[in-house]
Design a protein. Structure first.
Length: 325
């Protein structure tokens, strides 16, 4: 077998990698020089290959373990590894992100410093962080409008959206953003918009009464799918921050309550656009979690979710940077 250097394993850009794994009831190990996960079926042990050079992150759920050798190979390829509960929840204590996933960042001395230097040059200014938070929200609005009102969603017969009501809500949110004086104001307006989006999505599929609840054992399928999809988004967001070289604590919106708030900020760019409507559609269709997961990962790939996250971080860092001014 040919040997590969760490740099060769990272030649596929993270934004172009196709795989995001959620594993449960298996063991991740190195077998014959390849990273594989081992499952038991009856008396047989089955090995399944993980193409690490084409993978963004691996989420290890219930009943999983991983060997030191496998972690070494994953780190060489720049793959993030996270330990989580079944379907991404319940909440675990975490190293970098205080959600249900404890992210183990691949260690590298050669990640770019350009964007970190740009980011910290403005990050200590309240006004600059507010501008960054508003810039993130504008990208979020654009994605919601693009996806919810796009041709693909219009072909979803199970999703009969009131487009005029959505457009009105987004225009109102845009107007309110312009008047925000602090990140607290932005968070309040964001919460109001999200509540309206839940209502619009529920009405679009005739879901009935809906109240957002997290991590509970008795929550309904829409809430379970929202949790599941959101943690997949956190995986992409953590990967985007790692690729750019930004610590998860340098948030622009969620930092007062979340030690890993930048991952939440970045995930919010696509959560409402790509996950929220699909959670309601899948719940009404009676899908299993694996079907829903494939639906969401397909949507991430189709809409270039990781590309969007990376490009937004780069553009905000460049636009607000004080370096060289």
């Amino acid at each position: 077998m040919n040997d590969f250097t760490p740099s060769e394993l990272k030649t596929i850009l993270h934004s172009k990698r196709a795989n995001l794994y959620y594993l449960e009831y298996c063991r991740v190990l190195v077998n014959g020089g390849r990273v594989e996960y081992l499952t038991d079926e009856g008396n047989a042990s089955l090995y399944w290959n993980i193409p690490i050079a084409n993978t963004t992150c691996v989420m290890l759920g219930t009943g999983t373990s991983i060997t030191q050798a496998a972690m070494r190979e994953l780190a060489k390829a720049g793959v993030l590894v996270g330990f989580c509960g079944g379907g991404g929840s319940p909440l675990f204590a975490a190293n970098e992100v205080e959600v249900s996933v404890s992210w183990l960042n691949s260690q590298s001395e050669y990640r770019p410093t350009e964007y970190l230097q740009q980011w910290v040059s403005f990050w200590f200014s309240d006004d600059a962080r507010l501008k960054a938070a508003i810039a993130f929200q504008k990208v979020r609005i654009a994605q919601i409008r693009k996806v919810w009102l796009g041709a693909a969603m219009k072909r979803e017969r199970a999703f009969s959206l009131d487009g005029a009501a959505l457009d009105s809500a987004l225009l109102r949110f845009e107007a309110q953003l312009a008047r925000c004086q602090s990140t607290t104001d932005v968070l309040a307006q964001e919460a109001s918009l999200t509540k309206m989006l839940y209502k619009l999505a529920g009405n679009a599929v005739c879901y009935g009464e809906f109240t957002r609840a997290k991590h509970g054992s008795g929550i309904d399928m829409a809430n379970r799918f929202l949790d599941h999809g959101n943690y997949l988004a956190y995986g992409l967001a953590a990967t985007a921050c790692w690729v750019i070289g930004l610590p998860h604590g340098l948030s622009v919106l969620h930092g007062k309550t979340r030690r890993g708030g930048l991952v939440f900020d970045v995930a919010d760019l696509i959560k409402d656009a790509l996950i929220l409507p699909q959670a309601f559609i899948a719940a009404m269709a009676g899908e299993e979690e694996q079907e829903f997961r494939q639906r969401i990962i397909g949507s991430f790939n189709q809409h270039g979710a990781l590309d969007l996250m990376i490009e937004t971080l780069q553009s905000v860092a460049a636009d607000l940077s004080e370096v060289g001014r």
